[in-house]
Design a protein around this ligand. Structure first.
Ligand code: SAM
Length: 508
């Protein structure tokens, strides 16, 4: 009897042990999967790239970007604006225009010294050289490396997923030895929840000299778009026309304030919503347009329509064309406008003034010319990619799209420079910290627009007018400041951005 109990006990203990091991191993696998998901890839990528560009300033930015972002409230002029302002003021929010004019007075007495240096360009070049050398060594084992190898000599690409595995020195081994020492590349396990189709599986076939050579692009291609050639007319002048639009009412909580959130917008008596919550960096892109009464405006990548709505809230544009290449996203523009503009669907006035179109912005044509063009390009949306796996540009099946992104951004900006009339302005904006997608794309488009179409545009330096935002948000300065644009950097005290904004005025 005793021995039967002992056996039972032993069986029980054994089962428990097995269960425990299974449980442990489950946790372990879950952790592994988590670490390789797109948002962790994005974080690792940014740690490497932004760590080398922004140095010690990157870790606090990253910390802020992993937290909840801050918003401002753009009051709807088509709702009960006075009541809305009273409500926001009661909650401790301040008028952005008033905050800016207080700072402006201060700067009149103590003018800020220009802080830009070219340190950033040097860091990007250094980083590019490193990625190029990683690309080369991941394809050619150290022993076989030709004496001098340029990246352009490479015929196949090794993705970042392959790098870790391939970096290890390749020694000749027997098959058994290879199998014994082989490591599973977890990044190649497809998470079904990502919704990839069987077609996408083919992208996981390792690159060989025989298959798909022409399809592959090196990681370093992305960085090679960052060039410093100045073999085209390039002028940077201080912006002198800037003024805060009289009718635009933006409310924000002070820097570092405990109060950070606005409640859900509410319907007004006119049945539209009372305010639109958005990132302050997005408001800056509209401010940088320096809209004038009667302007004909194009918003080339418009959906879901937030910045176009802010432009309309200035009550300045005569006509605004809201274009986006995605049909489903273009539908969202209509939804937002219905929520904020009285009788949007039925009024003739809106029908004549607000035109929604669904075209590829690179091929958009127009025969009248626009006074202002906003190019708020698709980008790596850094804050989103660091926090969400869904629709993440760091997903393995979107690698080519990511690597070629600066090329498409530059094509969109070049077309915008063609579409704006001489004397008009183009604003280029992203929500990324990447110098490649920011200054790099502006540089590439200016060069291309000149070489291909004879277009010349002056970069307008917004640092003086934007200095009056110093009490509200943080702008990159000194060694981390971009050369052409303004960069809103996220901080725990003012968790806006990232947003990059450049203003270009076409002179020829
Ligand atoms: N400006 C918008 C706003 O404030 O609500 C956000 C624009 S979002 C950053 C970029 C948009 O570009 C996306 O809606 C995307 O569908 C669109 N897009 C992507 N490729 C495009 C292209 N080739 N032409 C036009 N739009 C494009």
């Amino acid at each position: 009897m005793l021995s039967v109990i002992n056996i039972c006990k032993n069986v029980h203990i054994h089962t428990l042990l097995v269960q425990q091991i299974r449980f442990k191993s489950k946790t372990h696998w879950a952790k592994l999967r988590k670490k390789t998901s797109p948002k962790y890839k994005a974080q690792n990528h940014f740690d490497e790239f932004y760590g080398s560009v922004f140095g010690g300033k990157w870790p606090p930015m990253k910390e802020a970007m992993l937290r909840r972002s801050k918003y401002v409230a753009v009051v709807n002029n088509y709702g009960d604006a006075e009541e809305t302002i009273a409500f926001l003021t009661e909650r401790g929010a301040h008028c952005l225009r008033a905050l800016m004019s207080v700072q402006e007075e201060f700067h009149k007495q103590f003018p800020p010294t220009p802080t830009h240096t070219d340190t950033q360009a040097a860091s990007v070049e250094q980083f590019t050289a490193k990625v190029q050398s990683d690309d080369i060594s991941s394809i050619y084992p150290q022993d076989n490396l030709p004496e001098k190898l340029e990246l352009s000599d490479m015929t196949i690409r090794s993705s970042e997923e392959e790098k870790e595995v391939e970096k290890q020195t390749v020694k000749s081994q027997t098959l058994e030895e290879s199998l014994a020492s082989a490591q599973m590349d977890m990044s190649r396990i497809i998470d079904p929840s990502m919704g990839v189709t069987s077609e996408a599986l083919y992208q996981y076939v390792p690159a060989t000299q025989l298959k798909g050579m022409d399809e592959w692009v090196p990681e370093s291609l992305h960085y090679s778009y960052y060039s410093k050639d100045t073999d085209f007319p390039l002028a940077i002048e201080p912006e002198t026309e800037f003024s805060f639009p009289e009718h635009l009412k933006v409310y924000t909580y002070e820097m570092g304030s405990e109060w950070n959130m606005f409640p859900e917008p509410k319907r007004c008596k006119t049945n539209v919503l009372n305010y639109y919550p958005m990132d302050c960096g997005s408001v800056l892109a509209v401010l940088a347009l320096c809209l004038s009464p009667g302007d004909r405006v194009l918003d080339l990548c418009s959906a879901p329509g937030g910045k176009a709505l802010v432009a309309l809230q200035t009550l300045l544009p005569d006509v605004i064309v809201c274009n986006d290449s995605s049909i489903s996203r273009t539908n969202r523009i209509g939804r937002i406008f219905r929520d904020y503009l009285i009788d949007f669907d039925t009024s003739n006035s809106w029908r004549e003034r607000v035109l929604i179109s669904t075209r590829d912005g690179r091929d958009f044509t127009d025969d009248q010319g626009f006074d202002k063009v906003l190019v708020d390009v698709p980008c790596t949306t850094d804050r989103h990619t660091m926090n969400e796996d869904e629709n993440n540009i760091f997903r393995p099946d979107r690698i080519k799209e990511r690597l070629r992104m600066p090329e498409m951004q530059s094509q969109l900006l070049t077309n915008a420079l063609k579409l704006v009339r001489v004397g008009g302005a183009v604003v280029y904006s992203t929500c990324s910290l990447s110098p490649v997608q920011n200054d790099g794309v502006v540089h590439m488009a200016l060069k291309h627009a000149f070489e291909t179409h004879g277009i010349i545009a002056t970069v307008k330096d917004l640092s003086a007018p934007f200095a009056s935002l110093a009490g509200t948000l943080s702008l990159a300065a000194g060694s981390i400041a971009p050369r052409y644009g303004q960069l809103v950097t996220p901080t725990n005290d003012a968790n806006f951005g990232p947003s990059y904004i450049t203003r270009l005025v076409r002179v020829k």
